[in-house]
Design a binder for this molecule. Structure first.
Ligand SMILES: N[C@@H](CCC(=O)N[C@@H](CS)C(=O)NCC(=O)O)C(=O)O
Length: 205
């Protein structure tokens, strides 16, 4: 059976991404949970992950690390994790790569912290630019793909998984969003898997 190594649900935005993808794909898996920011954390992660970071997926002798690479691996078993249309798939991969490699100001200044409520956290110009770009992506996707379903590219795809931690940031920091983005945020918040992750995050010490 697949094993997914993850960190604290309250903070580990990178863990949430493939966890949500594997749940939505309904692929059977076991979780291996490692508490972050403790004395033994690094050694515990290195037992599984060659990069020393979570998430990490183990499939027998195969080890896959980096959230986006894990999602790609899952899509080989469940191709519906990417849009069926080639052009939409290319765009979905682009927005996923943009999330994986960018938005540093957002990450640094508004980290995922599901248990918190910080509506007045300062947003500097770089954070505002990151938020504006993210909302532009969501609005653009929803304007063209809404007919296919309530997610960014219609049906649920890896693009939704890659932006899932931003959903919890919008909640924690009470970030405004235009109507189409708000509808997508509401859809994501209501997903049973997102609720399951949130409940487990709130139960963490
Ligand atoms: N680019 C990596 C980022 C992974 C990452 O930064 N993981 C953090 C937790 S969210 C981690 O393992 N931190 C523990 C450490 O660095 O000791 C990915 O996409 O998976």
């Amino acid at each position: 059976m697949l094993k997914l190594v993850i960190g604290d649900r309250n903070y580990s935005s990178w863990s949430l991404r493939p966890w949500l993808a594997i749940k939505q794909a309904k692929l059977p898996f076991e979780e291996i949970f490692i508490r972050l920011r403790e004395t033994g954390t690094k050694a515990a992660i290195f037992k599984y992950s060659p990069s020393g970071k979570v998430p990490c997926l183990i499939d027998g002798d195969t080890v896959v690390w980096e959230s986006l690479a894990i999602c790609e691996y899952l899509a080989e078993s469940e191709p519906s994790l990417w849009p069926a249309d080639r052009r939409a798939r290319a765009e979905a991969r682009s927005v996923c790569a943009e999330m994986h490699s960018g938005f540093g100001a957002l990450r640094q200044n508004l980290p995922m912290q599901i248990s918190a409520s910080k509506p007045y956290e300062e947003r500097n110009a770089e954070v505002k630019a990151d938020l504006a770009r993210i909302v532009k992506i969501w609005e653009s996707c929803r304007a063209r793909f809404a007919a296919g379903g309530p997610f960014l590219f219609g049906p649920f795809t890896i693009a939704d998984a890659m932006y899932a931690p931003v959903v919890w940031r919008f909640v924690t920091y009470a970030v405004d969003a235009p109507a189409a983005s708000r509808a997508w945020l509401d859809t994501m918040c209501a997903l049973p898997a997102m609720q399951e992750w949130r409940a487990a995050a709130l139960a963490e010490k």
